[in-house]
Design a protein around this ligand. Structure first.
Ligand code: SF4
Length: 218
């Protein structure tokens, strides 16, 4: 693997900012809605998750109270398009119960120091590292780079992180290369690159905006 240096890491970031100038995420105003979306997005495509989210909004509602009041079966039916609807309905109920038990606001968790907030979120059944980190970055403004399947694959191919290493090593490795104010862009842009060019199968290297500096170009 090539030596990873900050200059190389930033060269990639600058290229990706130019290649994907409009990449951004539309945040929900209520962090609990963000948590709902993060749960619905697990193991599925964003479009299916958004369809389920809109259906949930219409049929059940998106507040903690709405989720607490509804029965699991009705929630599962409303979010069917996201797949794994029974598990996800259970997770939504668990999340609502947990946050209600914390005083009814996700903000009370997000205001904790990073490691504490992360540990607290991961106490919710079905909330793993990635989902917790997405909530912490997007809604808590915490300095963390969530590692999804695209971030994992693309950062390894680019040589920003090693191959075959675990979530925490990848996250810490990326965080050591970039300034905290760039973490959101790093997360979003590596995903954009993974979706558009650096696909799991048959990466489109000849069209990729970083193909002249990528050590894995084919
Ligand atoms: S050159 Fe190929 S392997 Fe490298 S980042 Fe681009 S698509 Fe991925």
């Amino acid at each position: 693997m090539m030596a990873i240096d900050i200059e190389y890491a930033y060269k990639i970031l600058h290229r990706l900012r130019s290649a994907f100038p409009k990449v951004q995420v539309e945040l929900e105003t209520d962090p609990f809605r963000g948590l709902i979306l993060a749960i619905l997005s697990q193991n599925t495509r964003d479009t299916y998750a958004y369809t389920a989210y809109r259906s949930l909004e219409e049929r059940i509602g998106l507040s903690i109270e709405d989720i607490l009041k509804a029965d699991e079966e009705s929630i599962a039916e409303a979010i069917r398009s996201a797949g794994l609807q029974r598990e996800k309905a259970k997770r939504l109920k668990e999340a609502a119960k947990f946050i209600a038990g914390m005083g009814g606001s996700l903000k009370s968790i997000l205001d904790l120091p990073l490691d504490e907030a992360r540990a607290k979120l991961m106490e919710i059944e079905g909330i793993g590292r990635k989902t917790a980190d997405v909530i912490l970055l997007f809604y808590g403004g915490k300095p963390v780079i969530p590692v999804d399947t695209h971030v994992r694959r693309v950062s390894a191919r680019l040589g920003l992180t090693g191959r075959g290493i675990g979530y925490e090593e990848i996250r810490r490795g990326l965080e050591s290369l970039y300034k905290p104010e760039d973490y959101m862009d790093v997360h979003l842009l590596l995903i954009a690159l993974g979706r558009s060019y650096c696909r799991s199968r048959k990466p489109r290297c000849s069209l990729c905006p970083v193909n002249d500096i990528c050590p894995s170009r084919t």
